[in-house]
Ligand binder design. Structure first.
Ligand code: PBG
Length: 326
C-alpha cells in the first residue's frame, strides 16, 4: 500500500456527498422506539420535570400522540404506566382493566399499525418500589415469576405486540413464554431486557415513573456495571428461554456490551438509551454547553455503530424531525 503522501484519508472527507457515500452507519427513523408514560385522569399532559419534552399523558391523550408518532415514521412505542394505587404485590400491574391494559386497547384502536411494546415490571406498582415480591427485605425470585408472567399475559391479551420484561428475575422469559403459549398467544413477541445494569442513569426515569425503591437498591437483581462476561450469560439464558429480541440497557456507557452481544449472537438487538442519557444532553444544551441536535444524533449513531438494531430513546421524536429535515 502506498503510504503518505499518495495515501490521504482526508480525500474521502472533503465534501458532504463524499462523506455520505462512504458512511458506514446510518440511523433510520425505522430504528427508533419512543417511550410513553401513561397516568390516570383526564386531559393530563404534564411535562416531566427531569425530562423536558416528555410528558405524563392520560388515556384520552394517547390516540393523538400515537397518530403523531406514526406520522413521524416512528414504528414503535414502549409504554410505562403510573397506576392509581400501589400495594405490596403490585396487583395493579396485572389487572385486566389496569392503566397499561386500557392504554394498549386505546392505542391499538387509534393506530393499529403502531407497534406497541409494554414494559413488564412491578416496580411502578409496588408500594416498596422493588421489581418483585419482598420476603425478609429480599426480592423473592420465584414468587415474582408468576406475577411477572401474569402481567405480560394481561398486556398481550389487551393487544400488545411485544412484551418487554425489565425486572431481571431469573427464569422470567421462560415463565412469560409458557403463560403466553398456554393462552394461545404464540405470536406475542418477547423483547427481554437481557443485560440490564443497576445504573445511576435511571435517575430521571424514577421521577417520571415514581418507581424509586423505598429501601435499599436494585443491585441484588440488576447487573453490576463492572461486568461484561456476565452480560453474555444473561443474553444466552434469555435466548435459551425464548426471547425473540434481546436488549442491553443503558446504552451509551455500555457500547462495549452492545458490541460483544452483537458479535456473539444473531438475535435482533435493542439498546435502551435511558433517561439519564437524555437528560444529560438536554441539560447541557439548555445551558448552551452542547449542540443538542449534533450531540443527540452522534449518540444514537454511536449506539447503532456499536451493533444495536433498534434504539429506545427519548429523543425519538426530535430525531425523526432532524432525520427528515436533514
Ligand atoms: C422498570 C424500568 C426502569 C427503566 C425501565 N424500566 C427503571 C429501573 O429499573 O429502575 C429505566 C428507564 C430509563 O431510565 O429511561 N424496571
Amino acid at each position: 500500500m502506498a503510504p503518505f503522501p499518495q495515501l490521504r484519508l482526508r480525500r474521502l472527507r472533503r465534501t458532504e456527498p463524499l462523506r455520505k457515500m462512504v458512511r458506514e452507519t446510518r440511523v433510520n427513523i425505522d430504528d427508533l422506539i419512543y417511550p410513553l408514560f401513561v397516568v390516570p385522569g383526564q386531559r393530563v399532559k404534564e411535562e416531566i420535570a427531569s425530562m423536558p419534552g416528555n410528558f405524563h399523558l392520560s388515556a384520552d391523550q394517547l390516540s393523538q400522540e400515537a397518530e403523531e408518532i406514526l406520522r413521524l415514521g416512528i414504528p414503535a412505542i414502549i409504554l410505562f404506566g403510573l397506576p392509581e394505587t400501589k400495594d405490596e404485590l403490585g396487583s395493579a400491574a396485572y389487572a385486566s382493566d389496569g392503566i397499561i391494559q386500557k392504554a394498549v386497547r386505546d392505542i391499538k384502536r387509534a393506530a393499529p399499525d403502531l407497534i406497541v411494546i409494554t414494559d413488564v415490571c412491578l416496580c411502578q406498582y409496588t408500594s416498596h418500589g422493588h421489581c418483585g415480591v419482598i420476603d425478609d427485605d429480599y426480592v423473592n425470585n420465584d414468587k415474582t415469576l408468576e406475577l411477572i408472567a401474569r402481567t405480560a399475559l394481561s398486556h398481550a391479551e389487551a393487544g400488545a405486540d411485544i412484551v418487554a420484561p425489565s425486572d431481571m428475575m431469573d427464569g422470567r422469559v421462560a415463565a412469560i413464554r409458557a403463560a403466553l403459549d398456554d393462552s394461545g398467544l404464540h405470536s406475542t413477541v418477547i423483547m427481554a431486557y437481557a443485560a440490564k445494569y443497576a445504573s445511576a442513569f435511571y435517575g430521571p426515569f424514577r421521577d417520571a415513573a415514581e418507581s424509586a425503591p423505598q429501601f435499599g437498591d436494585r443491585r441484588s437483581y440488576q447487573m453490576d456495571p463492572a461486568n461484561v462476561r456476565e452480560a453474555l450469560r444473561e443474553v444466552e439464558l434469555d435466548i435459551a428461554e425464548g426471547a425473540d429480541i434481546v436488549m442491553v440497557k443503558p446504552a451509551l456507557a455500555y457500547l462495549d456490551v452492545i458490541r460483544k452481544v452483537r458479535d456473539a449472537f444473531n438475535h435482533p438487538l435493542a439498546a435502551y438509551s435511558v433517561s439519564g442519557e437524555f437528560s444529560m444532553i438536554k441539560a447541557a444544551a439548555r445551558n448552551g454547553w452542547l449542540d443538542e441536535k449534533q450531540t443527540a444524533l452522534e449518540v444514537i449513531t454511536a449506539i447503532k455503530r456499536a451493533g444495536a438494531d433498534m434504539i429506545v430513546t427519548y429523543y425519538a421524536k426530535e430525531a425523526a424531525h432532524w432525520l427528515t429535515s436533514g
